[in-house]
Design a protein around this ligand. Structure first.
Ligand code: ADE
Length: 944
């Protein structure tokens, strides 16, 4: 019966009374199929031996899982030979199948999963060995993991089996979904757990299709999409329609057209209607045509006009039909005959006494498309109207203005003394100066004076006068310009008004211009000042009282001082073509997305190993900025002990930061996994590298704020490089960072007291952190202040406590640490002091020989530790630090209370038989931690 009391089939064995059990159960042949890594999930119940009386020697609580690979099923009748089978694991139960006091059995199903293999042959058998347990095997599920087929960025990715090596990724190329086309090659990486990682590249919907639910759907009738891309289908523009699905363009309605250069998004248009109110004017030398624009421009703004000319002088004598022919080619059109943008034209060199017919045609970009009739306006001009040729020189010399009102000007002129023939009258021609000669008026007078009326106020007119004699017209006088009076009747003196107006308008403009100028220049100055200030700020922000950057070295520029942070990225980081990057595996997860390793293959350069930080999709603009901020900081540095930025990918998705690859990863975990494996000189070498990097940063005026071993990366040659730049973001990202009372997020254990208390970060506070890093390095990645709470750490430091020397740490190094942890920031060494101190140590390593081995030395301890009655047992303590195997060593040597071990030295630890250096270190470190915590308990007034 199962847990719900339903009957189930199981394989059972329960020979718990008899010794030396060796019972086997074997599966049928299981085909491997596509699996690279095979998993087996076992569901079973197992009886607790304690619940069965009299079986203490024979009853077992485990069974064993084996497998055998073959390319084919074994022939029937093959003898079972346990020796052929490889062991997978011993399986124990998490929960046991026990008997209650009342004799009811409580069934507990256990589920265990194991990986089998690597399986490389075509199939395999599973086998279960019982060695005397009371087991019921309820089910065996054999499976492998796959990244399921998926759609991402409009590309389909097939069901994929992960790589055999769990840390390698399988690169899978996606195929664009139907009606989509590739932009950047779509790729995904299949991880060992069947998860898809790091989407790269994408497809976009083709023309006539738009994205919907991960697919490309056809545009509906009435909509169209002319370009491939991830835009939506657009509604057909005016006077056009699409009747079918997936339209790439909308067709124009009848009578409407699209010019070749018209975009598909523009409404369809039609030719314009004819020009309106065409009139002609003629004088002796010129013929003028004027018209008004068409009432319907056809929906376009590109209307122009063509003048077509015909001479229609004669008429067919028989039919009486007027005969027309093209005008003489030497007729001149000013400015031209075709493509006029204005609504007038002057025509010169026409023949006298001729009949001309002019057609003014309005055209636009779609004229001539389709069957539209031409949009013409016609006028016929008889050049008889033109004045005859002058019969003599001008008889009128000077024309004077006698007076002018708003609408009239009185003129007079002197007659010539001896006119060649009798003067019949005078013709006065005039036109608005502004209008040039395009339209003119004339008036006749028998006397040498005239009052010209009907004029516009404040307008300059051009006048010329000719005489008509009995022999014909004489030539015109020269041109004279006179203005009508201004409109304002109150103002008597027009000239003065003009001056006043000009002066005041000019003065006002001047004032406005001046003000604007001042404002602009003021603003400019303000801007320049602001720029200078921010420049100063950028350059001085990190120098407060410590470490003035020495001249000659480049100064750090804070990307936050850029109005547009993308500018900072462009300035300091190279853009990398994503096709040069080959992602190989995921090595971590950052705040913004996966961190991968891979190779950068820039054509013409050696391929190099790189780490690639990715920004996962769906980010906000601010996140993108924060992410890239680190690149614009890192890109400013060039030092062998600062992680090198190779470049960024910002023009395609995903956004990436590419940096040099550091084979040994973060320094803290690196040291933890190599406990005790380096010489002191090697450790000092690492510290030296970090000091080189930090000296460089402080010289540049950059304050790191999060210097810690976890933010140092180690390459294959043990070179340590400072990484993780970007302050606020880094601290967001840093799981060690905690919120302080003032709301800042700070990695308390690594941070100087003045930075915790009032945010005073400086190179001097970085020096404090450097001292902590020294301690982390010398203790092989121990956690500073062990498991003390942040609050206790702050209080201990305040009271004057400092971390004791880690086991095996040279005295000089611990002294340097203590120097870095001076309360007064100005008393701390600068990074270049630290560096020269380490230089000297490396040159003269004998100074490293004196080790601080005695854990009782608490150099800055304010008082000696009191005797505490400690109630935690030695056993519990050793269990908690996973050193249980030494319980007997401690007990045998007489150490029975924590009180007694708190005085132990490293020699004592060795003497009781702890031989492994790593174990000695863990025990010593824990004793140090206990002592510090005990001190705290006492300080906080607890009675223990
Ligand atoms: N993890 C984060 N950055 C890294 C790098 N540059 N090299 C190796 N591991 C990393």
């Amino acid at each position: 019966m199962d847990e719900q009391n339903r009957p189930i089939h199981t394989f059972q064995v329960c020979h718990v009374m008899e010794p030396n059990q060796n019972n086997w159960l074997r599966s049928g042949w299981i085909q491997r199929q596509a699996a690279q890594r095979v998993y087996v999930e076992l569901r079973f119940t197992l009886r607790d031996c304690n619940s069965i009386p009299w079986v203490s020697g024979t009853c077992k609580e485990t069974f064993n899982l084996f497998y055998l690979q073959t390319d084919e099923p074994l022939p029937a009748g093959t003898r079972f030979r346990p020796i052929d089978y490889a062991k997978v694991d011993t399986i124990a139960a998490d929960e046991s199948f026990t008997q209650t006091d009342l004799g009811d059995r409580v069934l507990r199903l256990n589920t265990e999963v194991r990986e089998v293999g690597p399986v490389t042959q075509k199939g395999f058998y599973l086998a279960f060995q019982d060695v005397g347990a009371c087991i019921a095997l309820v089910s065996v599920k054999v499976f492998y993991k796959r990244c399921p087929s998926t759609l991402r960025n409009l590309a389909a990715f097939p069901d994929t089996v992960p790589h055999m090596d769990s840390s390698s990724l399988v690169e899978v190329r996606g195929a664009c979904v139907e009606n989509a086309e590739e932009r950047d090659t779509p790729k995904l990486y299949c991880g060992a757990d069947g998860d898809w990682l790091v989407p790269l590249g994408r497809c976009v919907c083709s023309i006539g299709h738009e994205e919907m639910d991960g697919y490309c759907r056809a545009c509906k009738p009435g909509f169209f999409k002319a370009y491939a891309g991830n835009t939506k289908c657009s509604k057909c523009p005016s006077h056009s329609s699409s009747h079918d699905q997936a339209a790439t363009i909308c067709h124009c309605d009848k009578g409407f057209y699209r010019a070749i250069k018209d975009p598909s998004t523009m409404a369809c248009t039609r030719p314009p209607s004819a020009p309106r109110n065409l009139v002609s004017l003629i004088n002796d030398t010129a013929l003028f045509l004027q018209w008004m624009p068409p009432s319907d421009t056809g929906g376009r703004k590109d209307v122009t006009y063509n003048i077509l000319c015909q001479r229609c002088d004669g008429s067919d004598s028989e039919s009486g039909v007027t005969q027309c022919e093209p005008c003489e080619p030497d007729l001149r059109f000013i400015p031209r005959a075709l493509g006029l943008t204005g609504t007038s034209v002057a025509i010169l060199d026409f023949a006298m006494h001729a009949n001309y017919t002019f057609h003014v045609e309005a055209v636009n970009g779609v004229t001539g498309l389709g069957m539209a009739v031409r949009s013409l306006a016609n006028v016929t001009v008889n050049t008889h109207q033109a004045g005859e040729l002058p019969v003599g020189p001008a008889l009128v010399g000077v024309v004077r203005k006698d007076w002018a009102s708003q609408n009239s000007i009185a003129l007079s002129w002197s007659e010539v003394e001896q006119p060649p023939s009798d003067i019949v009258d005078y013709e006065v021609k005039y036109y608005e100066k502004e209008q040039e000669q395009l339209s003119y008026s004339s008036t006749r007078t028998k006397t040498p004076s005239v009052v010209v009326t009907g004029l516009r106020p404040s307008t300059v007119y051009v006048f010329h006068v000719r005489a008509r004699t009995t022999a014909g017209y004489t030539a015109y006088s020269p041109n004279f310009e006179f203005a009508t009076a201004a409109e304002d009747p109150d103002i008597a003196d027009q000239g003065q008004v003009l001056v006043v107006v000009t002066a005041s308008v000019g003065g006002f403009s001047l004032l406005v211009i001046l003000t604007l100028f001042l404002l602009i220049t003021g603003r400019c100055q303000g801007y320049i000042k602001a720029r200078m200030k921010s420049e100063e700020k950028r350059r001085t922000r990190f120098h407060s009282g410590h470490g003035i950057p020495f001249s000659g070295i480049k100064t750090y520029v804070d990307p936050d001082t850029y109005e547009d942070p993308t500018q900072a990225v462009e300035e300091f980081a190279k853009e990398i073509d994503p096709s040069y990057i080959c992602i190989e595996r995921v090595i971590g997860a950052g705040e913004f997305g996966e961190v991968c390793s891979g190779r950068l293959r820039i054509p013409g350069r050696m391929s190099i190993a790189v780490a690639i930080k990715t920004l996962k999709g769906g980010y906000m603009e601010q996140q993108r900025r924060d992410f890239l901020r680190e690149a614009s900081i890192m890109g400013q540095f060039n030092n062998p002990n600062i992680i090198r930025l190779e470049g960024v990918v910002t023009n395609s998705r995903p956004v990436m930061i590419v940096v040099e690859y550091m084979e040994n990863g973060a320094l803290d975990t690196f040291l933890r996994t190599r406990d005790g494996q380096f010489t002191v000189l090697q450790l000092v070498g690492m510290l030296h590298g970090i000091a080189v990097g930090m000296t460089y940063l402080s010289d540049m005026g950059y304050v790191h704020r999060d210097l810690a071993a976890r933010n140092i990366l180690v390459d294959e040659n043990l070179v340590c490089k400072v990484s993780d730049f970007g302050m606020s973001r880094v601290l967001e990202d840093d799981t060690e960072a905690a919120y302080t009372a003032t709301g800042g997020k700070i990695p308390i254990r690594w941070t100087a007291p003045e930075a915790i208390a009032y945010g005073k970060f400086s190179s001097a506070s970085d020096v404090w952190s450097y001292g902590i890093v020294m301690w982390e390095v010398m203790s092989y990645g121990e956690r500073p202040y062990w498991e003390m709470s942040n609050q206790d750490v702050i209080l201990s430091i305040e009271e004057g406590y400092r971390l004791p020397a880690p086991m095996g740490c040279p005295v000089t190094l611990h002294q340097l640490m203590l120097h870095c942890w001076q309360k007064e920031s100005s008393q701390r060494p600068r990074f270049n002091d630290v560096l020269s101190f380490l230089d000297k140590l490396i040159i003269n390593p004998s100074s490293l020989l004196t080790l601080v081995n005695d854990v009782q030395s608490f150099p800055d301890s304010p008082e000696d530790m009191p005797d505490y009655p400690l109630f935690i047992s030695i056993g519990d303590w050793l269990d908690s630090i996973k050193m249980s195997q030494y319980k007997n060593n401690f007990l045998a040597a007489g150490y029975t209370t924590l009180d007694s071990i708190s005085t132990m030295s490293i020699d004592d630890i060795r003497r009781i038989g702890v031989c492994l250096i790593g174990h000695q270190r863990r025990i010593i470190s824990s004793i140090q931690s206990l002592r510090l915590q005990l001190h705290h308990i006492q300080q906080s007034g607890f009675q223990v």
